[in-house]
Design a protein around this ligand. Structure first.
Ligand code: AMP
Length: 279
């Protein structure tokens, strides 16, 4: 496995690659969710590139950039274990945003919804870094996790709008045994918080089950989710949304599939996101 820490070296390495290339973009502190993407990329491409970069541009001023967990040696050994060929881990943010940097990608509508509304500027940072990493790695396929549902919608739109010649592959959310979606931020949870946070997926699953049994009222499903979440007071719900899975417009009346049920809750020091699709 080849570890690259500068953009110049990444571009030079890319020029010499032949065959199909799969890329997995991460902020590191890897878990099974990330590794499931890397394994899928390994199975479907000649070359697999993983990137590790905690992107300052996608964190708000009061968010957890400084505290975000990092462990590069461990990440490298996990990626080597799943057969990744190249890891691009920029040695510093200045490698990606050098002095004088001023080009940003702003989608006009999707970032006004859901996480974009809660985290102003977040998707501007995400879209920009993903576009830059696409240019540096020029993948045939790029692998993303359904856990970050809005990110998947934003990236698909950007790929279409800016004519990136690649396939976006969305992979299922990998969960802990209790249902909690795996996240690097789960490390902020105490063992008690981690077990109580399982209520998030229990609530989302209950909505999915009710939908499966024919319930189509968004209001009823939202109430069901909120009532289940309320059974664990340390899980502080920020929002619960039932939205069109493509436009991310909130559904106020009857659900016409596919719908994205997504939510955010604060548990202790962590801000946790999760979602399910009604289809
Ligand atoms: P992150 O390091 O959090 O930026 O995530 C990097 C990639 O891994 C993104 O495409 C995420 O959606 C994906 N990912 C993170 N957690 C999970 C999970 N629990 N299951 C599947 N994919 C995930």
């Amino acid at each position: 496995m080849h570890v690259i820490i500068t953009t110049a070296a990444m571009q030079a390495a890319r020029r010499s690659l032949n065959g199909t290339t799969g890329v997995v973009l991460t902020m590191g502190y890897l878990h099974e969710g990330h590794l499931s993407l890397a394994r899928r990329a390994r199975a479907e491409n000649d070359i697999v590139i993983a990137t590790i970069f905690v992107n300052p541009a996608q964190f708000g001023p009061r968010e957890d950039l400084a505290a975000y967990p990092r462990d590069l040696p461990r990440d490298l050994s996990l990626l080597e274990g799943v057969g990744v060929d190249i890891v691009f881990a920029p040695e510093s943010p200045a490698e990606i945003y050098p002095d004088g940097y001023q080009t940003w990608i702003d989608l006009s509508d999707l970032p006004t919804k859901l996480e974009g509304a809660a985290r102003p500027g977040h998707y501007r940072g995400v879209a920009t870094v993903v576009a830059k990493l696409f240019n540096l790695t020029r993948p045939t396929r790029a692998y993303f996790g359904q856990k970050d549902a809005q990110q998947c919608v934003v990236i698909r739109r950007m790929v279409q709008d800016l004519n990136f010649d690649l396939d976006v592959v969305v992979c299922p959310t990998v969960r802990e045994a209790n249902g909690l979606a795996m996240s690097s931020r789960n490390t902020y949870l105490t063992p008690d918080e981690r077990s109580r946070a399982a209520v998030i997926y229990r609530a989302l699953s209950a909505a999915q089950a009710a939908y499966g049994q024919g319930e189509r009222s968004a209001a009823v499903l939202r109430r069901l989710i909120l009532d289940i979440l309320a059974t664990e007071p340390i899980v502080q719900t920020e929002y619960v949304s039932i939205a069109d899975a493509n436009t991310l417009d909130e559904i106020e009346a009857a659900i016409a599939a596919p719908a994205l049920v997504s939510m955010v809750a604060r548990v202790g020091k962590a801000r946790l996101i999760d979602n399910v699709i009604l289809a």
